[in-house]
Design a protein around this ligand. Structure first.
Ligand code: UDP
Ligand code: MG
Length: 326
């Protein structure tokens, strides 16, 4: 019997967990040919999330959990979940029921047909503002142009991953993670299915614009060095213009003299170049910061508890292999 892990990162989700469990239970009962594991990753929740998960586990042995030592963010919670998942396939789903569990049978159907990564693409985004939709659409266009890997638009982390995708993702141990890009980067057979994204069932979103901007920059800087090249390119163009301008000024001065004026033009040029220089420095700094963070080689997370057992070892199980070539 094939085993499927349903991976749920959860941060302060006390209000929705029971509902989520009921919906998942319905789906699992409709698929008697598979063995299921629901793996909750409690990402340092400050509410009753963990105790609710423990209660559910007492009722249903298919439930497992990993309790992280603090809040590490969803990206890290997901890799922790992949490290601990035991299934032949892993389905990543949000706790807030924005990703309908009823799509799971269809994902499994395509998995059985041989696809390795069945991802759910949003047909609509109910409960989101037009501004969020517009910024997201524009961002994907830019990201697509800059990186050469196709990163799926309107696709979240709701997807089924075959074991080999999971093993591939587990080898990408960078600390600043843009998981959405990694799904694309690893390749394998992908299949898109469409769905309507529901608004959150209860509780509040953990995202705000500042975090989204962070993630957006992360997306670009972790998959392409194009901005570095652009700043060089900008530099070359501007130097070329400056050179032509210099020649023009020399000739003009030789022919007609120079009745010292030019304060406005001088000011504009200085400010413009100053701006460009700061921008380029900022871009370099962004990459330098990444190098700094990665060069510390810290473990991605610490686990407090895995299914009632206190974790002593900071290395996740089965990770020795990946740690060797770090
Ligand atoms: N999440 C998490 N750690 C965090 C923030 C969020 O594990 O630091 C989980 C959260 O519990 C949910 C999923 O990530 O299962 C998506 O979060 P949310 O619904 O807040 O994001 P949105 O759907 O608004 O993008
Ligand atoms: Mg949500």
């Amino acid at each position: 019997m094939k085993k499927i892990t349903i991976l749920v990162p959860a941060y302060n989700e006390e209000e929705v967990l029971d509902q989520l469990y009921d919906r998942l239970k319905g789906v699992m009962n409709g698929l008697p040919d598979y063995q299921f594991e629901i793996l909750f990753v409690n990402d340092g929740s400050k509410d009753q999330t963990l105790s609710i998960i423990k209660n559910l586990r007492a009722k249903d042995t298919r439930i497992s959990y990993v309790n992280l030592s603090r809040n590490f963010g969803k990206e890290i919670a997901m890799i922790a979940g992949l490290d601990y998942a035991t299934g032949d396939a892993v389905i990543i789903i949000d706790a807030d029921l924005q990703d309908p569990p009823e799509l799971i049978p269809e994902m499994i159907k395509y998995w059985e047909m041989g696809f390795d990564d069945v991802f759910a693409k949003r047909r609509s985004r109910a409960g989101e503002t037009w501004l969020k939709k517009w910024t997201s659409a524009t961002y994907y266009k830019i990201l697509q142009k800059m990186t050469r890997i196709p990163i799926q638009e309107n696709t979240g982390d709701f997807r089924l991953l075959d074991r080999r995708c999971v093993e591939a993702l587990k080898q990408l141990r960078e600390t600043q993670r843009y998981t959405k890009g990694m799904f694309s980067w690893i390749g394998y057979n992908k299949k898109e299915i469409l769905f309507d994204r529901d608004p959150r069932a209860a509780g509040e979103t953990k995202w705000n614009y500042a975090k989204l901007v962070d993630l957006a920059i992360e997306g670009i800087t972790s998959f392409t060095t194009a901005p570095l090249r652009w700043s060089a390119f900008f530099g070359i163009i501007i130097s070329a213009f400056a050179f032509a301008f210099m020649i023009w000024i020399i000739i003009k001065t030789l022919l007609f003299g120079e009745p010292v004026a030019g304060y406005p033009s001088l000011m504009t040029v200085i400010l413009f170049l100053g701006g460009i220089q700061l921008l380029s420095l900022g871009i370099i700094g962004e990459y330098l910061g990444r190098i700094f963070n990665e060069s510390k080689h810290r473990p991605l997370y610490f686990v407090d508890e895995y299914n009632e057992e206190k974790e002593l070892n900071q290395k996740p199980r089965d990770q020795e292999k990946t740690y060797i070539h770090q």
